[in-house]
Design a protein around this ligand. Structure first.
Ligand SMILES: Nc1ncnc2c1ncn2[C@@H]1O[C@H](COP(=O)(O)OP(=O)(O)OP(=O)(O)O)[C@@H](O)[C@H]1O
Length: 682
C-alpha cells in the first residue's frame, strides 16, 4: 500500500466490492501520447536539444525530398528568436508584470544578492589572475548567474526546399499522425520512422501550443497547398485548421515548413552550427543557407554553405527483402500485399537472391504438403512457420549493394578538404571492396547490404590535437552519444596509430566514417549512434580506417625522409665556413713556406700549381667555400636519387588503371588509386 493513502481509502479497498486499484485499470495509449511522454527517445530531451532536433529533422526531410527527384538540393533554414512579448502577442496573451516577486524561482533577497555578487567578483579576480599566469581558465558556477529556471525562449524554425513537395491530401497525415511516412520501404533514406516532423509538432504543441504550417507544391502543379494543423495527441490524428489550395504562378516546387517551439539557442548554437557544417561536408552538392535572426543584431548569424559540385550520388533504389532478413510477421505482410498468386511466384518475385530454380528447390525442401503452384491464400499458419524456418537455415547469396548510394570518395574528400584544409588526407571507399567481397559474403549484416567509406586527415584549421571523429549514417551527421559509437570505439581501441607513424595524442587527426545501408542499426529512435555490437560493421569500419592510414603512412614516411635529408644538408652546410677556413689557412701557410723553400723541397706540379694560385689570390677562401657547397649539393642529390631507385619505387604500390570510354549515359568516370581519386567528366 502506498503510505500516502488516506485511512478512508484503505477502508474502501477492504469493502466487498473493491474499487479497482489505479495500477490495474487497463488503459491504452496512442503512439502520439507515448512519444509525447517519452520525447527524449526521439531526441527531444530538453528545449535546447529540441531546437537542434527540429532543425535537423526538417533539413533531412528537405534533402530526402530534393534527392528523390534528382534535384540538386537548395535548403534554407531560418531560426528566428521570438521575444516574450512578441510570443505573447502571437498567442493573444497580454504581457504581465511581476507583482509578487517572492513567488518566482529566481527571486533573491537583497542580502543574498550582495553575497552572490561578492562571490562572483572574487571568482572573477581569481580568473583574471590565472589568465595572467597563462593558466587554463575555468568558468566558475558563480559566474553563471543566479539560480532559477529562467525565462523560456521561443523560436520560429522555417525550412524551405526545392524538393518534390507533397500530395495535397496527404499533408495532414504526413504531419499530424505519428508513425506515418513514405519511407518505410526497403531503401536507403535519411528518414525512416515516420516520426521526426510529428515530434516537432508535438513539441510545439507542448511548449507553445501553436500549430505547424506547411506550404507545398509538386512539380508542374498549378496550385500550392497551404495547411495549418496540429495534432490530437490522444487520438493520434491530425487536427486541421486550414487546408487550402493557393495560386502557384511561379510554378514553384518544394516545401516550406514553419513551426514555433521553445528552445535554447545559447546552449545549442554550436551543436546546430556543427551539424550544418558536417552536413555540408557530406552533401557538397547541396546549397544551404542557414540564418539565425534575433532582435539583437550582434547575435545574428548567416552562413551560406555553397555547392561545391554538381554531381549528386545516384538516387538510392528501393529493393526487396533478403530471405535471411525477414521474420514471420513480415512474411505474412508480404503475402497479404503481393499480387502474386502462387508460392513459386511469390518466392521468386518478392525476395532478392531467389531465382526460379532456387525457389523450386526450396519448395521441394519445405515438405510434401508444399507445391510450386499452391495458392498463397491456402498456406496454413504452420506452413508459414516452415517457410520461415527454411529461410533461416538455407544458404542464400548476399544481397548486392546496387540499391545503395554512398556519398562517394570524391565527395568525401572534397568535403574534408573544404572544411578542414588539412595538411594530408587519405580516403577509402568500401564500394570496390564491397563489389569484390560479394563473392566472400562480407559487407552484409542480417541480410542488409552496407557500404563504409572513410577519410583520415592530418592537420588543418579548427582541428584539435588527438582524434577528431566525424560520423555519418545514411549521409546524416551524428553528433551525440559519440563514446558508444562503433566508429569512436574502433578509432580509439582497434587502430594502432603509431604503427602508421601517427601520434594519437599530438597529431591533429580527423577521422570521417560514412556508413550507408538499407537499415542503419541505430540505437534508439533518435538516430544518434550506431552500436558496437555488429561484428560485420565494426570490422568494415576498422578496415576502412586502416586503408586510409596505410596511404597516410607512406606520405608521412616520405615527408620524414625529406625532412631528414634537409637536416643533413643543413648540417653539412653549417660547417662549410669553418672547414674551408681551416683548409685555406693551411694552404696559405704551405704557400708561404713554399716561396722560401729550396728547389729540393718544392711540391709536385699539381700541388705546386694550387699553392701558386693561393699565394696569387686566384684561389680564395670564398672559392673553396663555393666549391664545397656545390659538392654538398651534388652528394645530397645523388643520395636522394640512390634512395629513390633502391627503396622509393618498391615502396609505392603500383596499380593498373584502365580508362573507360566516356559513353553518353556514363558521364563520370572515377579512377581510384590508393593515393587519389581522379574524376573525369564528359
Ligand atoms: N520537406 C518535405 N518534402 C516532401 N515531403 C516531406 C517533407 N517533409 C516531410 N515529408 C513527408 O512527410 C513524411 C513524414 O515525415 P517525418 O519527418 O515525420 O518522417 P520520416 O522522414 O518519414 O522519418 P523519420 O522520423 O525517420 O525522420 C515523410 O515520409 C515525407 O513523405
Amino acid at each position: 500500500m502506498d503510505s500516502s493513502e488516506s485511512p478512508t481509502e484503505t477502508k474502501k479497498t477492504k469493502s466487498k466490492t473493491p474499487r479497482k486499484n489505479k495500477e490495474t485499470v487497463l488503459k491504452q495509449k496512442s503512439p502520439a501520447e507515448f512519444f509525447a511522454e517519452n520525447k527524449n527517445i526521439a531526441g527531444f530531451d530538453n528545449p535546447g536539444k529540441s531546437l537542434y532536433t527540429t532543425a535537423r529533422e526538417l533539413v533531412e526531410n528537405s534533402l530526402d525530398s530534393a534527392e528523390s527527384i534528382s534535384e540538386l538540393p537548395v535548403v534554407e533554414i531560418t531560426i528566428e528568436e521570438i521575444n516574450k512579448s512578441k510570443f505573447n502577442s502571437m498567442i493573444g496573451l497580454i504581457d504581465c508584470e511581476r507583482v509578487d516577486a517572492e513567488l518566482y524561482d529566481d527571486y533573491e533577497t537583497e542580502k543574498a544578492r550582495e553575497k552572490r555578487l561578492a562571490k562572483e567578483a572574487r571568482a572573477q579576480e581569481i580568473q583574471a589572475k590565472n589568465a595572467a599566469l597563462g593558466k587554463k581558465v575555468k568558468e566558475t558556477p558563480a559566474s553563471k548567474g543566479i539560480r532559477g529556471r529562467g525565462e523560456a525562449s521561443f523560436y520560429r524554425v522555417i525550412c524551405k526546399d526545392n524538393g518534390k513537395g507533397m500530395p495535397h491530401d496527404d499533408i495532414p497525415n504526413m504531419f499530424g499522425r505519428v508513425l506515418s511516412g513514405t519511407k518505410y520501404g526497403l531503401k536507403q533514406t535519411r528518414g525512416k520512422f515516420g516520426l521526426g516532423a510529428k515530434m516537432a509538432l508535438i513539441w510545439s504543441k507542448m511548449s507553445t501550443g501553436l500549430p505547424i504550417e506547411i506550404s507545398s507544391s509538386m512539380r508542374n502543379q498549378s496550385y500550392m497547398s497551404f495547411c495549418r494543423l496540429d495534432i490530437d495527441i490522444h487520438k493520434n490524428i491530425p487536427h486541421v485548421h486550414v487546408n487550402e489550395k493557393r495560386e502557384n504562378k511561379e510554378r514553384w516546387h518544394g516545401a516550406e515548413i514553419q513551426v514555433v517551439i521553445e528552445g535554447n539557442w545559447t546552449t545549442y548554437r554550436s551543436k546546430i552550427l556543427h551539424y550544418m557544417r558536417q552536413m555540408a561536408v557530406i552533401t557538397p552538392y547541396a546549397q544551404f543557407l542557414f540564418k539565425f535572426v534575433s532582435d539583437a543584431p550582434e547575435k545574428n548569424v548567416t552562413i551560406r554553405f555553397s555547392r561545391r559540385t554538381d554531381v549528386m550520388p545516384p538516387v538510392p533504389l528501393e529493393t526487396k527483402h533478403h530471405p535471411s532478413s525477414v521474420d514471420l510477421l513480415l512474411i505474412k505482410r508480404l503475402i497479404a500485399e503481393t499480387l502474386k498468386q502462387n508460392l513459386l511466384q511469390f518466392l521468386q518475385h518478392e525476395f532478392v537472391n531467389i531465382s526460379k530454380s532456387h525457389a523450386e528447390r526450396l519448395i521441394g525442401e519445405m515438405g510434401p504438403d508444399f507445391s510450386p503452384k499452391m495458392a498463397l491464400k491456402s498456406l496454413t499458419p504452420q506452413q508459414l512457420v516452415r517457410i520461415h524456418q527454411l529461410f533461416r537455415q538455407a544458404k542464400f547469396d548476399d544481397p548486392n549493394g546496387h540499391c545503395l548510394s554512398p556519398a562517394g570518395e570524391y565527395n568525401l574528400r572534397l568535403g574534408i578538404i573544404k572544411e578542414l584544409q588539412p595538411d594530408m588526407v587519405a580516403t577509402y571507399s568500401g564500394r570496390f571492396y564491397f563489389l569484390l567481397s560479394l563473392l566472400h559474403g562480407a559487407q552484409v549484416f542480417e541480410g542488409h547490404p552496407f557500404i563504409v567509406e572513410a577519410g583520415v586527415s592530418i592537420g588543418g584549421k579548427n582541428v584539435k590535437q588527438g582524434l577528431n571523429i566525424f560520423r555519418f549514417a545514411n549521409r546524416i551527421p551524428l553528433l551525440f552519444e559519440q563514446g558508444a559509437d562503433v566508429v569512436t570505439r574502433t578509432a580509439l581501441k582497434r587502430i594502432n596509430w603509431s604503427s602508421y607513424k601517427i601520434n594519437q595524442l599530438q597529431d591533429k587527426i580527423g577521422i570521417f566514417v560514412s556508413i550507408v545501408s538499407t537499415k542503419i542499426p541505430f540505437k534508439g529512435t533518435g538516430k544518434e549512434y550506431i552500436g558496437d555490437d555488429i561484428t560485420e560493421i565494426a570490422s568494415a569500419v576498422k578496415y576502412s580506417i586502416q586503408q586510409c592510414c596505410v596511404q597516410l603512412k607512406s606520405k608521412i614516411v616520405k615527408k620524414m625522409q625529406a625532412r631528414e635529408q634537409q637536416e643533413r644538408k643543413r648540417n653539412l652546410n653549417k660547417y662549410i665556413p669553418d672547414a674551408t677556413g681551416a683548409v685555406y689557412n693551411v694552404l696559405k701557410d704551405m704557400a708561404e713556406t713554399q716561396l722560401h723553400a729550396s728547389k729540393k723541397f718544392r711540391y709536385g706540379d699539381d700541388d705546386g700549381e694550387l699553392l701558386r694560385k693561393v699565394s696569387e689570390n686566384l684561389i680564395t677562401k670564398e672559392t673553396l667555400s663555393e666549391k664545397l657547397a656545390k659538392h654538398v649539393e651534388q652528394v645530397d642529390y645523388e643520395m636522394a636519387l640512390e634512395y629513390a631507385t633502391q627503396s622509393g619505387v618498391s615502396e609505392e604500390p603500383r596499380e593498373t588503371i584502365y580508362i573507360q570510354p566516356l559513353e553518353t549515359e556514363n558521364k563520370i568516370i572515377d579512377l581510384h588509386s590508393p593515393f587519389f581519386v581522379f574524376r573525369m567528366f564528359h
